[in-house]
Design a protein around this ligand. Structure first.
Ligand code: EPU
Length: 443
C-alpha cells in the first residue's frame, strides 16, 4: 500500500488543468450498454474507479479501447456480446458505482443481475430509490444471494422484454439520488412511452448524461432540473462525447489555493458547477479571478486564479444536493476552515457520518467538536505534521491539504483511496512546487 510523505509549507505556484469528471464518466461508460454502436468518451481520467468500471463492462461483453491523447484520454466502448447479465460481487464491491450498469442493462437486455453494493466508509448507502424507480417502469425485482435480480415485463404479443414509462418520485430522506436518477433515466430512455422523474438529481453529471443520451437519439427534457421528461425510443445509436470537467477535483485545488501560500491558476475550470463553493470562499475572504474569455479554444470552461487572503474569515457550511454545497468538498473545506480566524460550523446533510477525517485532522492539531451531523471548527494558527490514515476518497484529500499547510512532515497511509478520484495527485502538486512523495511501503 502506498503512502504520501508531505513536507508542508512550500508555496504553490503555477497552472493545473482540471481533468474530466470521474462521477460523470462512470454512468456515461455504463450507458454504452444501451446501444450496439461504439460510444467514445473524450477526457476520461486515469483513475482506479474508471479502470474498475472498464473491468466490469468487459465482463459484460463490452470491447474497450483506450487511447492516450496528450492530457485527454479517449475510451471507446462497443458492446460485442449481450449474453452476460450478471455484474458480480468481486467487481461491484470495489466500486459502488458498479450499480450504474443496472438500469442500462435491464433496459437493453431485458434482464440484469447486479450484486448489491455494500456500505462504505462514509456510511450506509442504500439503493432502495434505484429499485423503486425501476419497479415503477414495470421491472420485476427480487434479491437472491446478495444480488439484485431484475426483469423487464414481456411486451404483449411478443416475446421481447421492455420497460414501460411511468411517473416516478425519486426523492429520499436526504434529497434526490444521483446514481439512482442516472439508472432510471437510462432505463426510461428505451422504455415504451413517457416517463416523468420528479425530484430528479440536478447534478451536472446527470445533465451531462442526459446530453449524451440525447445525442444518441434519446428524448430527454429538463436535464439539470428536478423534473425530467423522457419519451422512450426503440433504439439508441453511437456517439462521441466530451466529458465535463471534474467539479470536485476543481474545488479541491481551488481550496488548496485558498488556504495555502499560493498563486494557482486552474484551467478547464467549471465555474458554473461550483457556485456554492464560490459563495463560501467569498465569505472567507478568498479572491477568485475568473476569466471566461482567454480559453485556448479547446474548452468552453474557464481559467481561474485563486488567492488566499491575509486571514481567512470563519463561516458556516451545510452540505446539500446540487446546487447546494457538495458533500464531496466537505472534508477539504474543513481542513481550510481549521486555519480561519475563529469558529466555523459544518453540517453534513447527505452522509451524516462522513466525518472520518475529524479524528485524523485532530492528530494534526485541529480543534474540532462533533455533535451529530455538525462539527464546530475552532481556528488554529497552523497544523502540525503527523502520521495519519486515509479513510475515504474525499477525507484523504482533506488530509493532503492539511499536510501541505502543516509545519513539519505528514505521512498519509492508504492513499489508494485518493487514486480512486484524483489523477496522479502527487505529480499535480509537485508540479506546483509541493514537497510530496509517494512511497511504496512494501519497499
Ligand atoms: N439514498 C437513499 N436511497 C437510495 C440512494 C441514495 O436513501 O436508493 C440516499 C443516500 O444515502 C444519501 C443520498 O440519498 O444520503 C444521496 O445519495 P446518492 O444516491 O445521490 O449518492 P450516489 O449517487 O451513490 C454520488 C457520487 C458520490 C456523491 C453523491 C452525493 C458517484 C459515483 N458518486 O453517489 O461521490 O457523494 O452522489 O453527491 O457519482 C465521491 O466522489 O467521493 C462520492 C462519494
Amino acid at each position: 500500500m502506498d503512502t504520501f510523505v508531505i513536507n508542508g509549507g512550500n508555496p504553490l505556484r503555477g497552472t493545473l488543468r482540471i481533468n474530466g469528471s470521474k462521477n460523470a464518466c462512470l454512468p456515461l461508460m455504463a450507458a454504452c450498454l444501451l446501444t450496439d454502436e461504439p460510444v467514445t468518451l473524450v477526457d476520461v481520467p486515469n483513475l482506479s474507479d474508471i479502470r474498475n468500471m472498464m473491468r466490469l463492462l468487459a465482463a459484460l461483453g463490452v470491447d474497450l479501447e483506450l487511447v492516450e491523447h496528450g492530457e485527454q484520454n479517449t475510451v471507446t466502448l462497443t458492446v460485442t456480446d449481450t449474453a452476460e447479465h450478471t455484474a458480480h460481487y468481486d467487481i461491484v464491491k470495489t466500486m459502488r458505482a458498479g450499480i450504474c450498469v443496472l438500469g442500462p442493462m435491464l433496459a437493453k437486455r431485458g434482464e440484469a443481475r447486479v450484486s448489491m453494493p455494500g456500505g462504505c466508509a462514509i456510511g450506509d448507502r442504500p439503493v432502495d430509490l434505484h429499485l423503486r424507480g425501476l419497479e415503477a417502469l414495470g421491472a420485476e425485482i427480487e434479491l437472491d444471494a446478495g444480488d439484485i435480480i431484475t426483469k423487464a415485463p414481456i411486451t404483449a404479443g411478443s416475446q421481447t422484454r421492455r420497460l414501460v414509462g411511468n411517473t416516478i418520485f425519486l426523492g429520499g430522506p436526504n434529497g434526490s439520488t444521483v446514481l439512482g436518477t442516472a439508472n432510471v433515466m437510462c432505463a426510461a430512455a428505451l422504455a415504451e412511452g413517457e416517463t416523468v422523474i420528479e425530484c430528479a438529481a440536478c447534478e451536472p453529471e446527470i445533465a451531462d448524461l442526459a446530453n449524451m443520451l440525447n445525442k444518441m437519439g434519446a428524448k430527454i427534457e429538463g436535464a439539470g432540473s428536478p423534473r425530467l421528461t423522457i419519451q422512450g425510443v426503440e433504439k439508441l445509436h453511437g456517439v462521441t462525447h466530451q466529458v465535463i470537467p471534474d467539479r470536485i477535483e476543481a474545488g479541491t485545488y481551488a481550496i488548496a489555493g485558498a488556504m495555502l501560500d499560493s498563486d494557482i491558476t486552474l484551467t478547464n475550470y467549471p465555474t458554473d458547477f461550483l457556485m456554492a463553493l464560490h459563495d463560501r470562499l467569498d465569505r472567507t475572504g478568498v479572491s477568485m479571478n475568473i476569466d471566461s474569455t482567454n480559453n485556448d479554444g479547446s474548452s468552453e470552461y474557464d481559467t481561474v486564479r485563486i488567492q488566499r487572503p491575509e486571514q481567512l474569515t470563519p463561516t458556516q457550511i451545510v452540505t446539500q444536493p446540487h446546487p447546494g454545497f457538495p458533500t464531496d468538498l466537505q472534508a477539504q473545506m474543513m481542513a481550510m476552515l481549521c486555519l480561519a480566524n475563529g469558529n466555523s460550523l459544518i453540517t453534513e446533510k447527505i452522509y451524516q457520518d462522513r466525518f472520518l477525517h475529524v479524528a485524523e485532522l485532530a492528530r494534526m492539531g485541529a480543534q474540532l467538536k462533533r455533535s451529530g451531523p455538525s462539527v464546530m471548527v475552532a481556528g488554529i494558527p497552523e497544523f502540525i505534521g503527523a502520521p495519519v490514515m486515509a479513510s475515504d476518497l474525499r477525507a484523504s484529500a482533506g488530509l493532503v491539504l492539511a499536510g501541505l499547510a502543516a509545519k513539519g512532515t505528514t505521512t498519509i497511509n492508504r492513499v489508494y483511496h485518493l487514486d480512486r478520484g484524483y489523477e496522479k495527485m502527487e505529480l499535480a502538486l509537485q508540479k506546483l512546487g509541493a514537497d510530496i512523495q509517494r512511497i511504496d511501503d512494501r519497499g
